[in-house]
Design a protein around this ligand. Sequence first.
Ligand SMILES: Nc1ncnc2c1ncn2[C@@H]1O[C@H](COP(=O)(O)OP(=O)(O)OP(=O)(O)O)[C@@H](O)[C@H]1O
Length: 250
Amino acid sequence: MSHHIVEVKNLRHVYPDGTAALSDISFRITHGESVAIIGANGAGKSTLLLHLNGYLAPTAGEIRIGDFPMNKATLPEIRRTVGMVFQDPDDQLFMPTVYDDVAFGPLNLGLFGAEVEQRVMDALQRVGAVHLQEKAPYHLSGGEKKRVAIATVLSMSPDILVMDEPTNGLDPFARRQLMGLLKDFHHTKIFTSHDLDMVLELCERTIILNQGEVKADGPTREIFQNEALLAQCRLEKPLSMQGCPVCGKR
Ligand SMILES: Nc1ncnc2c1ncn2[C@@H]1O[C@H](COP(=O)(O)OP(=O)(O)OP(=O)(O)O)[C@@H](O)[C@H]1O
């Protein structure tokens, strides 16, 4: 089996305060797929993503990444395979400088010297943040932090990229740059987003979560054409699929 496959079976998650965030979620994502997980606020998207590299443990159900069932013993290997960009970059940045943050992952993988430097500079360059390398992460703007958080994951060369709202807080140029970067990432990509135009452009497949359940799973364009389904899930068509308010054309 390819190590890029993600399998979720009958996943259920109840938080300690009793909130049932996910109930009976199942899907399989194969190598090279680009999949969006969308849904209204509170639908369970972040909760689901946090299971994909073991930051949250299922209340019931199982997760497999390639050949490995997710458990304590397989977690180190799974975290090498699945690179996760959190919704809040402050959860990802903790070193004194941007450079150190981006180098942290490769150093942890046992790399050193020129190889680490190469990976750091390459990752920073891909997110347009080379000029920030000496800065303290806590002095960065929200969008800059987001880009650096993405670089901390890219520097580890993950086989599967998982991102929670990657374009959130980015200016239009940075958003476009990130979309280019994601297009060039040919392994498996899974991300949540409220940016449905980006989803339409980057993901051939979309999964809609609604109140902790999979409400739809299929080709993105087909899903976005189903207005009744979108309305039921408190979603709207991407702007690029809505009629032009002036001429009425699509
Ligand atoms: N640590 C927690 N303890 C208790 N309940 C939580 C916790 N984290 C999330 N929840 C609840 O779980 C449900 C799903 O939350 P989640 O953050 O996964 O939604 P989401 O789809 O990512 O939302 P958004 O689009 O607003 O980011 C919500 O009802 C939320 O209030």
